[in-house]
Design a protein around this ligand. Structure first.
Ligand SMILES: [Zn+2]
Ligand SMILES: [Zn+2]
Length: 269
């Protein structure tokens, strides 16, 4: 079962139209494709849909769903940010993600540009990355309650620009405690955690989210995982999926979840 549920098209910051992505999925012999455009977020219009885009997005994906019946199963999803307005009903699935942390009346982007991230931590946290991480993971821990998502997006997105622990130590007790506290809160909900290769295809990381230590913590809590590419360009639709599967197995995972017409089901890794 070859599937990607984290796909951005031209409705938000993806490079390709939905139909170009569908053609690529068919070419790659995929079984199904889920679209997950960024839900609206005020002040972040350069990478999210506007409220007016949402009905057009829904109409287009639903019509493609029909047109490609029998050739590719298509799902209508949404990547809902912590601060996005409530998504309403009628989605096949929601990915809940924290892309910004609100501080001093401003939304500080977590993953937009490395220089923005460094500047935000310096300006609003006095350079204390662990304080920023604590605020970030407080939001992540609440993402299921807040959005009603089925999938938690890129759990440790805050490490996007921290390859080789260049900015902060992911083994630091304050960092680990913040992350595990979020995990324990999310474990009380019926949610799936992504292994997400998006920062690899864009050259920021050499391994997927989440870090092996966090993946093992998910495994210890029997939390389900799925594999996604956070695709913004059709050439990355299945980017490093084999490496992600390998990582999952090495951390003790035996199954990944896939979405079907009957809901999420586990398949063997
Ligand atoms: Zn995201
Ligand atoms: Zn995304």
């Amino acid at each position: 079962m070859i599937q990607n549920l984290h796909t951005h098209a031209t409705f938000c910051d993806g490079k390709n139209t939905p139909e170009e992505l569908i053609h690529e999925a068919i070419r790659m012999d995929m079984d199904s494709l889920g679209f997950s455009s960024h839900a609206p977020l005020a002040g972040q219009e350069d990478w999210t849909m506007s409220p007016e885009d949402v009905p057009r997005y829904r109409t287009e994906i639903l019509s493609l769903q029909e047109r490609y019946t029998g050739r590719l199963e298509i799902f209508l999803g949404l990547e809902q940010d912590y601060y996005s307005p409530p998504p309403g009903n009628g989605w096949d699935y929601l990915i809940g993600s924290v892309h910004c942390v609100e501080k001093g009346g401003r939304l500080l982007p977590v993953d937009y540009l490395p220089e923005d991230f460094v500047r935000s931590v310096r300006q609003y946290y006095g350079g204390d990355y662990y304080a920023f991480a604590e605020d970030y993971y407080r939001l992540v821990g609440g993402i299921a309650e807040r959005t009603g998502c089925q999938i938690v997006g890129h759990f440790d997105l805050i490490t996007k620009f921290n390859e080789g622990d260049s900015l902060f130590d992911t083994g630091h007790p304050r960092y680990i405690n913040a992350a595990l506290e979020a995990l324990d809160r999310l474990a009380q909900h019926d949610v799936i955690f992504e292994i997400n290769t998006g920062a690899m295809s864009r050259g920021y990381r050499s391994a997927p989210y989440p870090a092996p230590a966090l993946l093992r913590a998910m495994r210890e809590r029997s939390l389900p995982i799925c594999i996604t590419s956070d695709c913004h360009d059709r050439s990355n639709l299945l980017y490093a999926f084999l490496q992600a599967e390998e990582l999952a197995r090495s951390c003790g995972c035996r199954e990944r979840m896939v979405l079907t017409g009957q809901g999420f089901v586990p398949v063997e890794l």
